[in-house]
Design a binder for this molecule. Structure first.
Ligand code: GLN
Length: 529
């Protein structure tokens, strides 16, 4: 039977609850326990798939095809446990399940209510991993005090009563703001936030206090006194230069032992410190070559839109002893190619819609002609195909059917074969699909295998009618799904030029960088040798 840890947030959003939860999960894993994590998002959308990146940042895609919150990416990267549809819940999916049941007449004529029907449905979403994992960590999105989060908190309260305090731990993550004019850190917002949580019937066992500066002596005791939490259970979460340093900070404050004790869990092994040592070395700058990698897309000012890509670049840099600077280039506003000068490698990321496309195509041309290591992801690969068609094959009106209703040369289109595949998966090709790699290709060299499975999230494909003509111009398909759909294109006349129809960025881990990002960083390092 699993033990449960709930993480709630107080005072403000964006406190890094997901990172704190994942850090705790990592620490328990390093003691030999099996840990899984679940996200509950109080918004009403069924999933973030339809949300603008401005609202929500990137959409994380799971191997089984869920479109989920970017926190699931943090969970996967920290825990290396594959996330699934069961790891993500929203108010939308919960109400939908209850309403569907009501329409089928399953409630036998009773009045369907938030308590107990919605809360029962929520509680059923807390337990899918209880048989196979020692600990399930559940992050409740939003901030305590939000109206929409209430049913989740009520379900949490009930769950703790049902399962007993020895099986359920409540961790509350709050902010300790720094007031510059008084040069002081303040505990009052945390006190209020804990009170708010108590009103709902939840007493936190542990406080995680996000702070810009070290908490002065005595502040932990003060918080303990006012919030009724043991002093050793007040944990400082000071800002760190890399999120991967957080687990060690928590460990040093005794958090792992405290959690094990409170939940009556026994560690299955000692933490051998290997993970900490890797992170410490990898996040330092001593003796490292500096490289500049560009993310050339349309949400340059919105870093969360490319979260997993940025993490993948960082993780590949960490494994290659490189200090990587990421430059975000906006293909709508920035001058292309002028703003690409000085880049040692570049990524054209995925995206939807026509905005910024012409800048992306110009960026691909610049990377191709100037032999800048290039990785095109999904839309980025499609831009590489359009670029080659227009500039090399002289199909000047080549375009994607996504951007032009009936282009003269629809090099990117929705294909009959794909429609068959697509019908199995809804409106988009979502989640893992197999690809076979061509012998001797760059892709095969990077992956060191001939069959791969990667995550997809797109509607359009490289139109196979144009594969032969573009092959003559150096764009070769080196990965196929069932001999029907091109998955990877590459160029032999270039040090590193590869475009993929899928999203490799969701599969990077510390110590296990994704082969395509690893290859990009290695090629970029050669540029500065
Ligand atoms: N808009 C493109 C498509 O739907 C690419 C999607 C993406 O980059 N994720 O095919």
């Amino acid at each position: 039977m699993s033990k449960f840890i709930f993480i709630t947030g107080g005072v403000v959003s964006s406190l890094g609850k997901g990172i704190s939860g994942a850090s705790i999960g990592k620490l328990l894993q390093l003691r030999g326990l099996k840990v899984n994590m679940i996200k509950c998002d109080p918004y009403i959308n069924i999933d973030p798939g339809t949300l603008s990146p401005y609202q929500h940042g990137e959409v994380f895609v799971t191997a089984d095809g869920a479109e989920a919150d970017l926190d699931l990416g943090t969970y996967e990267r920290f825990l290396d446990v594959p996330m699934t549809k069961k790891n993500t819940n929203t108010t939308g999916t919960i109400y939908q399940a209850v309403i569907d049941r009501e329409r089928r007449g399953d409630y036998n004529g009773v009045t369907v209510q938030v308590v107990p029907h919605i809360t029962n449905e929520i509680k059923s979403r807390f337990i899918p991993f209880e048989k196979d994992f020692d600990v399930t960590i559940i992050e409740i999105g939003g901030t305590v005090g939000d109206i929409e989060g209430l049913p989740f908190l009520e379900a949490t309260r009930q769950f703790k009563t049902e399962r007993g305090r020895e099986n359920v731990l409540n961790i509350h993550a709050t902010l300790i703001p720094y007031i510059a004019s008084a040069a002081e850190l303040k505990t009052k917002p945390t006190q209020h936030s804990v009170n708010k949580l108590r009103e709902i019937g939840i007493d936190p066992d542990i406080l995680i206090c996000r702070t810009e500066y070290p908490m002065p002596k005595g502040m932990k005791d003060k918080l303990s006194l006012f919030c009724s939490v043991a002093p050793e259970a007040v944990i400082e979460a000071r800002d760190v230069s890399s999120i991967y340093q957080l687990p060690e900070n928590f460990e040093k404050q005794g958090l792992t032992d405290l959690i094990l004790k409170r939940l009556g869990l026994k560690a299955k092994k000692k933490n051998d410190g290997k993970w900490f040592r890797f992170i410490n070395k990898a996040t330092g700058t001593a003796g490292k070559k500096q490289i500049n990698i560009g993310i050339v897309g349309k949400y340059a000012e919105l870093k969360d839109a490319y979260k997993s890509i940025a993490e993948s670049i960082n993780l590949a840099g960490m494994s290659n002893n490189a200090e990587v600077k990421i430059k975000y280039v906006n293909t709508e506003k920035d001058a292309i190619p002028q703003s690409l000068k000085g880049l040692n490698g570049m990524i054209v990321p995925g995206g939807f819609g026509k905005r910024g496309i012409e800048g992306k195509i110009k960026a691909v041309k610049y990377a191709r002609e100037n032999k800048i290591p290039f990785l095109g992801i999904c839309l980025g690969m499609q831009c590489a195909v359009i670029e080659a068609a227009r500039n090399l094959a002289k199909l000047l009106e080549a375009d994607s059917c996504e951007f032009a209703p009936k282009p003269k040369y629809p090099v990117i289109s929705m294909m009959e074969e794909q429609k068959q595949v697509k019908n199995l998966g809804g409106t988009m090709r979502l989640g893992n699909y197999e690809a076979k790699l061509k012998k001797g290709s760059l892709a095969e060299k990077l992956y060191k295998k001939s069959v791969i499975h990667e995550r997809h999230r797109h509607r359009y494909e490289f139109n196979t009618d144009y594969v032969p003509v573009l092959k003559k111009r150096g764009i070769e398909v080196s990965g196929w799904h069932k001999n029907l759909l091109p998955e990877i294109v590459e160029r032999k006349d270039h040090p590193y030029f590869i475009g993929v129809q899928f999203h490799p960025e969701f599969a990077s881990r510390p110590m296990k960088p994704h082969p395509l990002f690893d290859g990009l960083i290695k090629a970029a390092l050669k540029k500065v040798a």
